[in-house]
Every structure is written in structure tokens, then in C-alpha cells.
Design a protein around this ligand. Sequence first.
Ligand code: FAD
Length: 397
Amino acid sequence: KTAVVLFTRDLRVRDHPALAAACANAERVLPLYVLDPELAGRSPNRDRFLHQCLADLRDALRKRGADLLIRRGDPVAETIRLARDVGAEGVAISGDISRYARRRERRLRAECDRHRIALRIFPGLTIVDPGAVTPAGGDHYKVFTPYHRAWLGAKWRDEVATPRRITLPSGLDAGHLPAPPAGESPDTAAGGEGEARRRLRDWLRRVDRYQENHDALALDATSHLSAYLRFGCLSPLSVANAVDDPDGAFVRQLCWRDFYHQVALAFPDLSTVAYRRGVREDWRYDPETLARWQEGSTGVPLVDAGMRQLRQEGWMHNRARLVVADYLTKHLELDWREGLRWFYRWLIDGDVANNSGNWQWTAGTGNDTRPYRRFNPLRQAERYDPEGEYVNRYAPR
Ligand code: FAD
């Protein structure tokens, strides 16, 4: 038997249910990644990170006797073409929630059915599958606290074994990875499962102090795993299991990630349409003020530091994200979608569920139960950057 595993944003070999199942059930497995022109160019930082992830995944597969086949074009057409060329009986893929991913999955299903190829969809994107826990009488949780309770009570799947050897059919053209794209930010993290695992090991030595220090801007005491979770270099389940403290503050943040994924599944317009109507719809239009916010020259030190960190690193501390987003929407009264778009261009961890969910939360149009709250950026700085170290690092005067 032969199976194709179509990789998307699950760029790892460990705890990869689709890959593990294909290796268990088929003699020959074709790991495939299709460079999709529709997705390229949205964020040079993410394009570069993706390239590093693919190079690393290719190495990991080669060490196991296989390769990562690279194709370019429409992922559905390329998958079917490859499956038919080698006479594959099955295609395996990890389930995903964005509108784009679900459309791709529906099209893939239709084409597989037409060619009598079995399509199997596997978990792994989140810890608890989006839609697996629902409130009585609803299709998703709108408020985090009850979701968190249900999530802790849900049965988590078991991690799957990493395939030791993977056999490719012979005589295939592996395809080449194009030259690495340039990216935009000078100080970005490097992509790939290998790097992700090094960072996770390092993080496990510090995670005990997360609760205490996660908001202290100068300490920079969060995991920096978000981009690796975004591209699936780590399965979120394996991160939660490695930390082994389900009730702790860190795993609670992983639950926020799951939370927004189940919101985005139920409300596919999360990145463009107010989730909660009637709080605020009349945003100001002011391109010059917007540009100053984007450049980090508003004159508010903490806001400017956050915005400059974003451009320098393709990442921003969560406390700073909250402050800059609150400042854009509640002080400058500019549309949250402008902020979302800017973040989406620069953030390596930028994804539909977390970016949109958090932007709507701060704008008051989302899942916050206190939509009219507003931060004072000077007080935030006194509290979370009392010595001004973070500000001096990114926006020195
Ligand atoms: P840690 O504090 O170490 O947390 C561990 C993991 O939990 C993160 O890697 C992330 O996967 C998850 N997580 C933490 N906080 C949140 C949260 N509030 N919502 C959802 N998941 C969370 N996160 C993204 O991954 N992608 C985005 O596009 C994104 N956009 C954001 C936009 C705004 C306006 C705000 C306020 C927050 C946004 N976040 C986003 C959430 C959060 O800021 C980042 O996940 C976090 O800063 C990443 O750093 P870390 O890995 O060190 O996080």
C-alpha cells in the first residue's frame, strides 16, 4: 500500500498523527509539501521561517530514509497528481480550521472521492480538537473560563510514536526547495522542529517562573514558542505534556490558543467581521496617525517600543501586544482590522485564529466579557516595565 501525507502547517515528524498512521498502515509513504502561491508573500518573515521549517523537515525525513517532496501550485491538484502517479490508495492530512484550509480540505475530499482515493483527516493542530467540547445548546464556547474548565475535563489524545524508517517509492523526483526568501526583520528566530525542540528543552528549565514573570517586559520570561506552534514544528499536546502541569499558568495560555481556534471554526469571519455587534462599529479613518502607530513614533514610549520590537524581531511580548492594540483601538479609535493586518504582515506567529481573536478581544468586539476596559499605557509601563528597560531596549531616547 502507498499513502501520501500532505503537510501544511504541521511541519514536524514527532507526534504527527497523520504521518504516524500513514507509516503504520502503508508500506510506502510520500511526505509532500506544496508551495502554494496563494499563501506566499503575505508576510516575508513567515515566508522565510517556513522555508527554514521545510529544510529542517526535509533533513528529518531524509534521516529516516525518505524525503520531503516539494511541489508548487494548487495543493489539491498536486496531491492528486502525485497520488495517481504512484497509485496511492490514501491521502492523510492534519485538520485545520481557517476558511482557506477548510475549503482546501473540501476540494481535496471531492477530488479524492472522484479518484477513489481514501482521504483521512487527523488531529494535532490543537490539544483538544476544535468543536470537540461544546456548551449545552451551542456550537462553541464564547467565554474563556467555562471553556477552560471543559477543556481541562476533556480527554486528551495520546501522543503518537515517531516513525523510525519511512520508505518512499523509488524513482521519484523530490523537487527542490527554492532559495531562502529574505524576510523583513533583522532579528528573527530560526524555523524548524530541531530549533523548536531546543527551545522547548530550554523553556522547561524556566517554565516554573512563568506565573510570576510572564508580564515583566524586561525579563522576557515567556516561552517564545508561538511561531513553532504556528507552523506545527511542535505539537501543542507534546508541549503541554512536557510541562506536565495542566492547571498551571503556562498550559492555560495553550488553552487560549485552543479557545480561539474553536471560535474561529464556528465564526469563520473572525478576521474581518465584529464577533460581538453593537459595542463599537464607527472607527476613525486617519492614515497619518495609523502610520505613526505602525512606525512606532506615537510618542508613547511603551507603545513605540512594542511596535519597534515587532518590526525588529517579527515577534512582540504579549503585554506589549495588549498595550499597542488597546492604544490603537481605544485611544486612537482606529479600526482593529488595520492593526490586525499590520500584525499579520510582521508576526512570524501570525495566524487567523489567535491574531483575530486577540485583536477583537482588545478592541472590545470579541470574547472579552468587559469590552469597555481601557489601559493607561503610562500606568502599564510603570507596572510592567518599572525601570524602563524594555523601552530602552527598543525605543531608546
Ligand atoms: P507564551 O506566553 O509562552 O505562551 C505559550 C503559548 O500559548 C504561545 O506560544 C501561544 O501559542 C499561546 N498563547 C499565549 N497567549 C495567547 C493568547 N492570548 N491567545 C492565544 N494563544 C496564546 N498569538 C499567536 O500565536 N499568533 C498571533 O497572531 C497573535 N496575535 C496577537 C495579537 C494581539 C493583539 C494580542 C494581544 C495577542 C496576540 N497573540 C498571538 C497572543 C500572544 O501575544 C502570543 O501568543 C504570545 O505573545 C507568544 O509568545 P510566547 O510563545 O512567548 O507565549
